[in-house]
Design a protein around this ligand. Structure first.
Ligand SMILES: NC(=O)c1ccc[n+]([C@@H]2O[C@H](COP(=O)([O-])OP(=O)(O)OC[C@H]3O[C@@H](n4cnc5c(N)ncnc54)[C@H](O)[C@@H]3O)[C@@H](O)[C@H]2O)c1
Length: 328
C-alpha cells in the first residue's frame, strides 16, 4: 500500500490548497469532508470520503483501507462570532470530533498529526509580535477549542506516542484561481472576500470596530497567503517524517495591516471606491494580531513567498468574480 496523508476538511479553503500542493509534490492523499457549505469538490482524481470525522466507523474504515502515515486536520467550524453565540456546536465539532479522530488514530496506530490551530489561542497581545511562548487567553469559544485540542495533543503525545505539529495560522487570505481554488464560506465573515463581494455587488461593507487603540482605529491583522500556509504543511510533514519531535509554530508574515489599509489596497485592485459602514466591535475580536515567525523560519525553513497584500487581494478578487459568475 502507498503511504497516504489523510486530510480532514480537504474540501475547505486552506485544506484544498494544501491537498493541491501535496498532490503536486507527488504525495498520495485521501480527504474526509462533509461539505458544510455545500461547496463544490475542486479535484479530479483525488480520493474523497464524504462524511464526518464524528463517524468512528468511517475513520476506522479509512485507517484500515489506506496506509495512513500522517493526518492533517483542518476540519472545524471557523466563525469566531458564531462560536460566541452557539458554543455547543463549536465544542462538539472542534473539540469532541477532534478527540474522536485522535482516538481512532491511537486505535489504528497512526502516529503523525498536523493540526490547524490559530492565533486565536493567544487573545489580547501582551507584547508584539506574538511568539509561541505568549500566554494563552483566548477571547472566544473558537480560540478555546483550538487550545483544548493543543493540550490534548500534548497529553496524547506523552501517553500514546503521537507526534504532532500545531500550526497557529494568522489570517489566511488569497486564492489559487488558476487551479479553481478559493474561499467558500456561507456566511462569509472574513474581511477580504467580503470586501471583494461588496465591490462586485456594489454593496456596503460593514467594518466592525473603528475605535480600537490602533493608528486608524480599525483592527490590525497579519494576512498570510493560503499557498504559504499549504507550504507550511508540507514542511511540517517533512519534519515529522524525518523524526521531528512534537512542536508548535506560528504561521504568519510578521507584518500587520489595518482593516482600513486593507480596504485601500482592495480599492486599488478593484479600481473603485468601496462604501463602508462602521459597526460596533464584534464579540471575540482583539485589536492587533501579528506573528513572530522566527521559529518556523529557523526550524522548518518556511518563508512567506506569496503573501503580498496585492497578490492576496488580486487573487481573492479574481476568485470572487468566478464564484459570482457561477451564480453563487
Ligand atoms: N481561515 C483562516 O484564516 C484560519 C485561521 C486560523 C486557523 N484556521 C483553521 O484552519 C482550518 C481550515 O480553515 P478554513 O478557512 O479552510 O475553513 P473551511 O471552513 O473552508 O474548511 C473546513 C472544512 O472542514 C469541513 N468540515 C467541518 N466539519 C467537519 C466534520 N465534522 N467532518 C468532516 N469535515 C468537516 C468543511 O466542510 C470544510 O470543507 C480550520 O480548522 C480553522 O479553524 C483557519
Amino acid at each position: 500500500m502507498k503511504k497516504t496523508i489523510l486530510v480532514t476538511g480537504g474540501a475547505g479553503y486552506i485544506g484544498s490548497h494544501t491537498v493541491y500542493e501535496l498532490v503536486q509534490q507527488g504525495y498520495h492523499v485521501v480527504v474526509i469532508d462533509n461539505f458544510v457549505y455545500n461547496q463544490p469538490w475542486p479535484f479530479v482524481g483525488v480520493q474523497l470520503e464524504r462524511g464526518s470525522i464524528a463517524d468512528t466507523a468511517l475513520l476506522e474504515r479509512v485507517f484500515s483501507s489506506y496506509d495512513v502515515e500522517c493526518v492533517m486536520h483542518f476540519a472545524a467550524f471557523i466563525e469566531v462570532g458564531q462560536s460566541v453565540l452557539d458554543p455547543q456546536r463549536f465544542y462538539e465539532n472542534n473539540v469532541v470530533n477532534s478527540l474522536n479522530l485522535l482516538n481512532a488514530m491511537v486505535r489504528c496506530n497512526v502516529t503523525q498529526f498536523i493540526f490547524s490551530s490559530s492565533c486565536a489561542v493567544y487573545g489580547n497581545p501582551q507584547y508584539l509580535p506574538l511568539n509561541e511562548e505568549h500566554v494563552f487567553e483566548p477571547q472566544s469559544p473558537y480560540g478555546k477549542n483550538k487550545l483544548m485540542v493543543e493540550y490534548a495533543l500534548q497529553d496524547y503525545a506523552h501517553a500514546y506516542g503521537i507526534r504532532f505539529v500545531s500550526l497557529r495560522y494568522f489570517n489566511a487570505a488569497g486564492a489559487a484561481v488558476d487551479h479553481n481554488l478559493g474561499e467558500w464560506h456561507e456566511p462569509e465573515t472574513h474581511i477580504i472576500p467580503n470586501v471583494m463581494r461588496a465591490a462586485l455587488k456594489d454593496k456596503e461593507l460593514t467594518v466592525f470596530g473603528v475605535d480600537y487603540e490602533t493608528l486608524d482605529g480599525s483592527c490590525i491583522r497579519d494576512y498570510v497567503h493560503v499557498f504559504d500556509i499549504a507550504q507550511a504543511h508540507v514542511r511540517a510533514y517533512t519534519y515529522l517524517s524525518a523524526g521531528g519531535v512534537s512542536n508548535v509554530f506560528n504561521v504568519g508574515t510578521g507584518r500587520g495591516f489595518s482593516v482600513l489599509e486593507l480596504i485601500a489596497a482592495a480599492e486599488r485592485v478593484v479600481e473603485k471606491k468601496i462604501r463602508v459602514l462602521h459597526a460596533p466591535r464584534r464579540a471575540g475580536d482583539v485589536p492587533i494580531l501579528v506573528a513572530d515567525n522566527a521559529k518556523i523560519t529557523r526550524e522548518l525553513g518556511w518563508r512567506a513567498c506569496y503573501s503580498t497584500l496585492d497578490t492576496m487581494c488580486s487573487s481573492a478578487f479574481a476568485w470572487e468574480k468566478r464564484r459570482l459568475n457561477h451564480g453563487t
